[in-house]
Ligand binder design. Sequence first.
Ligand code: NAG
Length: 397
Amino acid sequence: MLPSYRNLYGIVSLCISVLIFTPVQAYEKLSDETLSSLPRPNSDFDIHNGALLSPILQTRVPGTPGSTAVLNHFADFFQTTLPKWNVEVHNSTSKTPKSKGKDVPFRNFIATRDPPWAQVGDVGRLTLVAHYDSKIEPEGFIGAIDSAAPCAMIMHAMRSIDAALDKKWTALQQQGLDEFVEEVEGIQVIFLDGEEAFAEWTDTDSLYGARALATHWEDQFYPATSEFKTPLSSISMFVLLDLLGAQSPSIMSYYETTHWAYQNLGELEKRFKSLKQFKATSKDPWFIDTEKDVHNLTPSGGVLDDHVPFLARGVEILHLIDFAPFKGFPKVWHTIDDDGEHLDMDTVEDWSMLVTAFAAEWMELEGYFDHPKAASARRDEEHAASEAIRLNKKTEL
Ligand SMILES: *[C@@H]1O[C@H](CO)[C@@H](O)[C@H](O)[C@H]1NC(C)=O
């Protein structure tokens, strides 16, 4: 990403927020019991031999064997741990300032899980995004915060909610409630390729994977009777994680229409801390704009990153990047020091808990987690009954 502000995007996002009435997105808070018993990644985030993170901590410049190895790691993970997810690779090619006229392949990894009754085109999706490519320079650059760690956080979050998703969807189907669900919501992961510039960051030397995918999805039409027109419009929110894994992050809120979701993350941060479920001990808030009113956000326009081609096409964006005007990017940004050893592992783990909890609240999974610690967990039948009441409230029958 580029450490500069572009007022153009501030103007664009202002217009969007004036013109479009934010749709009401279902969102249900997790109980303290659930928050306190969500699984932690523990040794799976070990930087030397952890199952999730360590395979990503290698150079992975687009089109190189390192990139293929990491892509295979994602594919293996979903195949073995999350077999109900639908996985695809979106391919494109482009020349780069360093490719001497040759085409470089860019491969975006996409994994999706929809409710079993959902028709293609009728399901909106919470979309969690990080880039997996690493910068070509300096030689040997690993990019641990940029963005190996964010990829691992998303992987941990998805495996942590998968069984609860199953349980909820099965319960709804068994109760015959699936047909009353008005907003059919699935979930999607995108690991983008080619975020980094090969030479100097320009509009054409950066965001290779994101630009190709946004264009492709904009032109791919669902059947005319579908709820959504294209895969692009079926993105309920594009949550981009980048430059995360340094101690004491500062995350700004950039977009009025997604400030409510940002504030939910801020609240989750507070709750995790007060429940003593965060390992990182810094008292400074991560979500520094949580108390701000939606109309008083700093009109910076944001940081250029993978969301830009999607933002330009009207997709709702939540950009989680460790950046603030008073401190810039994390110290190791774009240096050879951005490696596994420089990650603050407590913070990396805590992030994965936050992403888990946010996705669980978005997918409304309270009551569907098995937690041995919590005696007060609602039983399945009780839960199905309360779900029925909730659905009735939302549905005009
Ligand atoms: C992308 O390329 C890979 C081979 O590198 C292939 O297996 C895959 O099917 C391609 N994806 C699509 C959507 O065509």
